[in-house]
Ligand binder design. Structure first.
Ligand SMILES: C[S@@+](CC[C@H](N)C(=O)[O-])C[C@H]1O[C@@H](n2cnc3c(N)ncnc32)[C@H](O)[C@@H]1O
Length: 226
């Protein structure tokens, strides 16, 4: 499905987020503190997050995705931006082909909702992070109660799928979008899950009126022999 929408994905993102998704990625990339780091962006898609990591001084970026079409788009975008320190890996987030403790920071944007096993995916991300390294997760979240939440639900569940379906030419893909949020944990539960898999300093920042959440966490130092 992601392969089918890769060519129109960026334009649809701008429209669906009302132009705000770029700013959300900028904030999330800054939270990863990538300056001088070896960074892994999981579910990198067309590479927008990878671009933000390079702007903030990442030494080397690895973009991983299980869609070859998305990686083709990412490769072209970063080359067009003159980025030479990015490489691309065709991989499933649930089985990352990297050794434990490889990366200084691991990021993902709008990926977690899609994982078949959220806990397994987060555990994989924590595994490849080095002690002291940062994990940053950016994704939609359960909307707040009240008028903002009600309006958001109207937009997200009723208006968006048909509009995005027509604009993308792929109705099935954008019927999937609201379904991906059903059953996804709210921001507090996701924070608890990050702590439960052993990450520390878990913080949550809500964006877009509470409809998007950024989670940051740090892998604690390895315990020495007692
Ligand atoms: C909604 S897009 C987000 C792309 C990009 N991170 C962004 O900020 O625009 C989700 C991406 O995650 C990828 N993806 C979803 N599940 C995955 C998995 N299990 N392993 C690797 N990539 C995955 C999809 O192929 C797609 O490119």
């Amino acid at each position: 499905m992601f392969g089918r929408i890769a060519r129109r994905y960026d334009r649809l993102n701008r429209i669906m987020s009302l132009g705000m998704d770029g700013r959300w990625r900028q904030l999330a990339a800054a939270s990863a503190k990538p300056d001088g780091s070896l960074a892994l962006d999981i579910g990198t898609g067309t590479g927008d997050f990878a671009v933000e990591l390079t702007k903030r001084g990442a030494r080397q970026i690895v973009g991983a995705d299980f869609s070859p079409e998305m990686l083709t788009a990412a490769r072209a975008k970063l080359a067009a931006n003159g980025v030479t320190n990015a490489s691309w890996t065709l991989a499933d987030a649930l089985h990352l082909p990297f050794r434990e403790g490889t990366f200084d920071c691991v990021t993902n944007a709008f990926v977690l909702r899609n994982l078949a096993d959220l806990k397994a995916g987060l555990t994989e991300m924590a595994r490849v992070l080095q002690p002291g390294g940062r994990l940053v997760c950016l994704d939609m979240t359960q909307p707040p109660p009240g008028i903002v939440g009600a309006l958001y639900k109207l937009y997200f569940y009723r208006l968006l799928p048909p509009i995005a379906g027509v604009l993308s030419g792929d109705r099935a893909a954008y019927r999937y979008l609201p379904n991906s949020l059903v059953g996804f944990p709210d921001s507090a539960s996701l924070a608890e899950l990050l702590a439960a898999i052993g990450l520390a300093e878990v913080q949550v920042r809500k964006l877009a009126g509470g409809t998007v959440a950024m989670h940051t966490a740090v892998k604690p130092p390895a315990e020495g022999p007692s």
